[in-house]
Design a protein around this ligand. Structure first.
Ligand SMILES: [Zn+2]
Length: 57
């Protein structure tokens, strides 16, 4: 069964430590960092998307 939602990967920046990392962006706009980032160690949880996700046809 395909239970995968239309999540998109995008580059995001941590607003606290300004680390750049890859995260998953849900259609609802939620940003979830993928795995653990060696750059972002603050765990602030506030991220700003740097790239617009590629729209699916
Ligand atoms: Zn951080």
């Amino acid at each position: 069964m395909a239970t995968q939602s239309t999540r998109t990967r995008a580059a995001v920046r941590c607003e606290n430590c300004e680390a750049i990392l890859v995260a998953e962006v849900t259609p609802a706009g939620s940003i979830r960092p993928l795995g653990t980032s060696e750059d972002c160690v603050c765990g602030d949880g506030s991220f700003t998307r740097l790239e617009q996700p590629t729209p699916s046809p």
